[in-house]
Write a protein that binds this ligand. Structure first.
Ligand SMILES: [Mn+2]
Length: 228
């Protein structure tokens, strides 16, 4: 009955499989949330999307993939290579689908991308998940652009928000103007009530994939080295 939150995957399917194994992921009981950015830059985007589509079919509301700025760029371009998207690794996404003889424009995939929400709210009200965090303390004051592109970690001190988007060497927690607190892997922490936790540790850039494992009001961080 745990919740697993996955950092930016960017086509690193094997790293994702490894961290889920390490987390002892149970699709029959657990909740799985992704901070988004499944696509672009990495080698196995198609495998990641296919896996998530099948998982969502099995898990229903217990599996939520929050929209990332990379999926948003792709959708803005109708999944055709366009200016901004192509500079951000679209080629790897399109190549991966092509290599499997799959058309990213087919209903099955478009429906999946269309279903991605801007945020996830924990049903027990312990935390929020958005791709890039939040800047304004009330969720409803944040625009979609804030949720997709935020890199401001100086102001937010609202309800605990877990995010990715900004690659960091170690996951950290930060609230308002307070100093960031580094979160060590495999260490038990109490879930903070406020502030931001960033779990994007730059997997696709050759660093680590991190995940947050939440049980009740405690959590720990897992990290695995990129194995693509
Ligand atoms: Mn990203």
């Amino acid at each position: 009955m745990k919740t697993i939150i996955l950092g930016d995957i960017h086509g690193c399917f094997r790293s994702m499989e490894k961290i889920l194994e390490l987390a002892e992921f149970d699709p029959g009981k657990d909740t799985l949330i992704s901070v988004g950015d499944l696509v672009d830059r990495g080698p196995r985007v198609y495998e990641v999307i296919e896996y998530m589509i099948e998982l969502k079919a099995k898990m229903g509301a217990r599996c939520v993939i929050v929209l990332g700025n990379h999926e948003d760029m792709a959708m803005e371009n109708g999944f055709f290579p366009g200016d901004l998207w192509i500079y951000n690794g679209a080629g790897k996404t399109l190549d991966s689908f092509l290599a499997h003889g799959e058309d990213i424009h087919s209903d099955r995939f478009i429906h999946f991308f269309d279903s991605m929400p801007y945020f996830y709210k924990d049903p027990e009200n312990r935390f929020i998940v958005t791709h890039a965090g939040l800047t304004k303390n009330l969720l409803e004051d944040n625009s979609p652009q804030d949720m997709l592109w935020n890199r401001d970690f100086e102001q937010y001190e609202g309800k605990l928000c877990i995010c990715g988007h900004t690659p960091v060497s170690n996951p950290f927690w930060k609230s308002g103007i307070g100093a960031p607190v580094r979160l060590l892997p495999d260490t038990a922490y109490e879930l903070p009530e406020n502030g931001l936790i960033d779990i994007d540790t730059g997997c696709v850039f050759g660093y680590n994939l991190s995940a947050m494992i939440i049980s009740g009001n405690a959590f720990r961080i897992l990290s695995v080295a990129n194995c693509e």
